[in-house]
Design a protein around this ligand. Structure first.
Ligand SMILES: [Zn+2]
Length: 295
């Protein structure tokens, strides 16, 4: 889908409903903690389809593919190095099967490489570009409607990712989203005002905030980002703060009803595409959707 068509779709609907978490929901459905969700594309594809389907039923206008870790560095940790194409193709196919006959869009998820760039790590800018380009090529060929570079924390990596997508397709709809893991700054100390300053001038259709810490912190980031940009804002916060369970999985402290109450505020504060990250179940998503769509 071209950027112009995506923005027209957004303007027509005014506010779009995103989806909820992939990892934490699959863990609730039996994915062992520490196992990459992408392994279930082959071992338990029904669970992934069912989750997509639950989000669509709950009101999602856009669902993200199970490809957050679908780049060659993360796949190596999951022993899926040889299956990069298959991982990304399979995830898109599963999502498209669930959304066929609806106007729900399939967004190709591109997570961080999993390693730091120089000078903090070993990856050069060229390598980062190449890693994103390799994954994006498969996602586009498999037919995603848009691409979402998400959970970013490093301005240089995120910009290299945007360049990689644009090297393959100058027109496809594209979102770039940062995770403010330290509250109102990313893990690397990046502030939303800096993100706005740089990404206002890049060919991205929306600037995002996802994951991060508490709802209060994410709301504060939303307010600052809104002051710095006129681009649509993608807002996908965690369902509050996690506490660890005995099996190592996490529980999140915001209930579906509270998530819905908060979603009203997100929209008032300028978020145009709203959903949730870690801890956001289909029930949470339904509460968000009810606020957006009134049903
Ligand atoms: Zn998250």
């Amino acid at each position: 889908m071209k950027s112009s068509d995506f923005l027209a779709f957004l303007n027509q609907k005014q506010t779009l409903v995103l989806d909820g978490a992939t990892g934490t929901n699959l863990q609730k459905r039996g994915l062992p903690v520490g196992t990459a969700p992408e392994t279930w594309l082959f071992e338990n594809p029904e669970a992934i389809s069912n989750l997509y389907s639950d989000f669509v039923q709950a009101g999602s206008d856009i669902i993200l593919t199970c490809t957050f870790g679908g780049n060659r560095i993360r796949l190596a940790h999951a022993n899926l190095t040889e299956k990069l194409s298959e991982v990304n193709q399979t995830a898109v196919q599963l999502a498209k099967t669930v959304t066929v006959g609806t106007d729900v869009l399939v967004a190709g998820s591109l997570g961080p490489t999993g390693e730091m760039m120089q000078p903090f790590g070993t990856l050069s800018e060229d390598e980062v570009f190449d890693i994103y380009q390799q994954q994006t090529k498969v996602l586009i060929a498999a037919g995603v409607d848009l691409l979402v570079i998400e959970t970013q924390f490093d301005l240089n990596e995120a910009q290299a990712a945007v360049r990689a997508v644009r090297s393959l397709d100058a027109d496809i709809a594209l979102v770039c989203s940062f995770s403010y893991d330290r509250g109102v700054r990313t893990m690397m100390g990046v502030k939303p005002a800096q993100v706005a300053e740089i990404f206002n001038n890049l060919t991205v259709d929306a600037i995002g905030i996802n994951c991060g810490k508490s709802l209060e912190d994410n709301l504060s980031v939303l307010r600052t980002l809104k002051e710095g940009t006129s681009k649509p804002i993608w807002f996908k916060p965690n369902a509050g703060m996690p506490t660890a369970n005995d099996d190592g999985s996490m529980s999140y402290d915001v209930s579906p009803d509270m998530m819905g109450e908060n979603a009203k505020l997100w929209i008032t504060e300028g978020a145009r595409l709203v959903g949730g990250c870690c801890g956001t179940s289909p029930e949470h998503l339904a509460a968000i959707s009810k606020v957006v769509k009134g049903k």
